[in-house]
Design a protein around this ligand. Structure first.
Ligand code: AMP
Ligand code: ZN
Length: 114
């Protein structure tokens, strides 16, 4: 069994509130939401971070962004707006090293982020 938390979620070994799933991606609510709507979109195949996607696999990035916009619509954020974030590495505060996009909305957000 994988040691990666999000791989375990893909393997259905850890329960989540599933929002959307397709052949290559999965979306589930963040366990510690930082906004009224806070969903994570991940590839089913393990990739550590966005910079680790190989050019041969670039279509995965499009699939992930398409899933993000699907989540935004499902969460009713299309009109009000939302933020897509992918923390990468130490300075960004990445804590789970399986690529994920945060889809966040439901409140006004500050810029720049802290
Ligand atoms: P990051 O800090 O960008 O790596 O984001 C990791 C995110 O995963 C955090 O927002 C956590 O709250 C979230 N998270 C950690 N464990 C779980 C879990 N079991 N189910 C859902 N979200 C989780
Ligand atoms: Zn993983």
């Amino acid at each position: 069994m994988s040691e990666c938390l999000f791989c375990k979620i893909v393997e259905k070994k850890i329960p989540v509130k599933l929002v959307h799933e397709d052949e290559h991606t999965m979306a589930f609510d963040d366990i510690n939401p930082q906004a009224p709507a806070h969903t994570l979109v991940i590839p089913k195949r393990h990739v550590s971070a966005v910079q680790d996607v190989e050019v041969e696999d670039e279509s995965l990035l499009a699939r992930l962004l398409m899933s993000c916009t699907k989540v935004a619509v499902l969460k009713g954020l299309r009109e009000s707006g939302y933020r897509l974030v992918t923390n990468t590495g130490r300075d960004a505060g990445q804590t789970v090293f399986h690529l994920h996009f945060h889809v966040m909305g439901g409140r006004p957000m500050a810029w720049p982020p802290g």
